[in-house]
Structure formats: C-alpha cells, structure tokens
Design a protein around this ligand. Structure first.
Ligand code: AKB
Length: 313
C-alpha cells in the first residue's frame, strides 16, 4: 500500500520545511499539506483544515485514503500564556480529533510533536532524561505532557502507532517560528545579517537545548521510518542537537560580524526558559532508532548566515 501522508499545521516553522522533504521521499501525490489557509505560493496538494473540526479531518482522510498523519498544529509556549484556556482547548481538541479520526479510519501512524516544555524545575535541568519528572510551568507544556500520555494511551488501548519527539528550539533559515521562548535564536541571525542591533528577551547565560532544522526534519522522518518494534518510548523521545546560551551565539556570530550589537531585556520568557532543561539526554533515541545530530553551534551559524545572506540580497 502506498504511503499517503496528511500534514496538519503545514504552514508553520517545521511544516513548511517538512512538506518538501516528505514529497521528495514519498512523491508529490502522496503528501497532502493542510492548514487554516492556503499559502499564496503553495504548490502541490493542499486542503484547508481547521483541526478543531473533526469532521473536516475525517473527510480529508477518507477522500485521500490517508494512512499517516503528522499533527503539527499547536499554540507555542510564549503565545500560549496570553490565553491559557484557549491554548489548552486548541492544543488538546486538535490532537483528540487526530487520534479519533486515526482510530476510526485505521490510520497506520501518527506523528505528535512534543517539546522540552514538558519539563519543569523538578527535573535535573542540567541533563534531563526521558524519564525525568514532568511538572511543566506553561499551558503549552501541560498540553504537550498530556498529549504524550494520550498518544501512549491510544497505542496501548487501540494499537494506534503514535510516535513523538520532544523538540528543542528549532533554528532554520527557511521559515520563522511563531510564539515560542526559543524564537530569539532565529531572529538573532536575521538581525545580524541585516546589520541591525538585536535585543534579546532572555538573559545572556540562559542555556537551552536547540536543534538545526535539517537535523530536526531528519530526526522526524527517521523516527517515523524506524521499525515498530524498535520504538520503546511511547510517550515521547528527548532529542538533542546542540545546547547553548544567547551569549554563546553572540560570540559565534561576532566572529563573522564583529560590529554586531546585542543588548538584553529579559521578559516573561526568561521565567519560562529557567524552568526548561539546559541540555537533554537523548540516549533512548540514539539506541532505538540511531539518532545522531550533525549540526553544532558553529555549523548552524555558518549555514544560517550564508543562507540568510542569499535571501536578503
Ligand atoms: C517554544 O519555544 O515554545 C518551542 C518549543 C521549545 O517547544 N520552540
């Protein structure tokens, strides 16, 4: 049977890069992008889906004989704090809809993105393991921790093959993040390349786990392609790329732009960052499906700068 993939939340930071990769791998006709609106430059199959509408997801899954769903739609950590109850409703409702439609239509695999936001100050934040205690401090983190457990529940109760990664902050030149605590790590490169000063909303030493987009996309596809019997973690896998603080990025960028000016004005996002891991232990991902990152801060900086220079020329 052909793989038929539906990506929900395809216009977001991750989705817009994942879609072309999936199409390269599985064929243009086998990957359906969906989101609240069709993007202007959209090519390939696209369906307008509001993921709070279970019937709409169900119609699309039936019409295209979808057998894999990547559910990327969510309100992120910083934006989520502006309206906690709405964030909970949207993040949970959309995932329940995906789980139910998948169960009722015998969808084979579901991908659910979780986050380092599931952790809190009761975990060892210096090197956080998969099994560390979860006491998230944001509504986004609470919804992701609940979602991980619901994914595991559907696996245990109905045999639905739900797979999940706890993403660190994702850094890429192709798309912009929206509403996260780690967003500064993309914005900083845009400012540097444009010759603008940068004001950072975290403290200079606020170290967080980060990952380069290429690594994040490769990890996602590798996890989804791993043999089912290798998947021992049915909540969510920690995934490490590189860990660093704003001051480390600034140092690296200033090697290329010595005049790059940075000031610090920590806001509520600093409080969120303080309760997140500085570094995660991703041993299970390495053992179970062979995960290994390729990009450290130096390499991320070099690719970000050279790609953004082309964009801004
Ligand atoms: C955020 O900052 O909210 C996200 C995340 C780490 O899940 N990038």
């Amino acid at each position: 049977m052909d793989t038929k993939i539906l990506v929900i939340g395809a216009n977001g930071q991750l989705g817009s890069v994942l879609i072309p990769e999936l199409r390269k791998k599985y064929g243009e006709a086998n990957v359906i992008a969906s989101d609240l609106q069709k993007p202007k430059q959209s090519t390939g199959l696209f369906e307008v889906i509001d993921a709070t509408d279970q019937n709409k997801i169900d119609d699309v899954v039936k019409a295209h004989k979808v057998n894999q769903i990547y559910h990327l739609a969510a309100i992120l950590s910083a934006k989520g704090e502006q309206n906690p109850l709405q964030t909970w409703d949207i993040n949970m409702k959309t995932f329940f809809n995906v789980l139910e439609v998948s169960r009722l239509n015998n969808v084979q695999k579901v991908f659910y993105p979780s986050s380092i936001a599931v952790f809190g100050d009761r975990a060892d934040l210096n090197c956080t393991t998969d099994e560390a205690y979860l006491n998230p401090a944001t509504v986004y983190g609470i919804s992701k921790a609940a979602g991980e457990n619901w994914g595991q529940y559907y696996f245990l109760k109905y045999g639905l093959d739900v797979r999940s990664i706890r993403y660190p902050g994702v850094i890429g030149y192709q798309s912009l993040p929206g509403g996260g605590t780690t967003d500064y790590a993309v914005d900083i490169y845009h400012k540097a390349v444009n010759g603008e000063a940068f004001e950072c909303f975290l403290k200079p030493d606020a170290a967080l786990p980060m990952i380069f987009m290429e690594d994040a996309i490769r990890a996602t596809i590798e996890l989804m392609e791993a043999p089912k019997e290798n998947i021992t973690v049915r909540t969510s896998y920690n995934l490490a790329g590189a860990s660093f603080a704003p001051q480390d990025m600034v140092e690296e960028i200033q090697k290329l732009y010595p005049k790059f000016e940075v000031s610090y004005a920590p806001d509520f996002r600093q409080h969120i960052a303080e309760k997140w891991p500085k570094k995660v232990d991703d041993s299970n991902a390495r053992i179970d499906w062979g995960w290994k990152p390729k990009y450290d801060l130096k390499r991320i900086t070099s690719v970000m700068v050279s790609e953004l220079k082309k964009q801004y020329q």
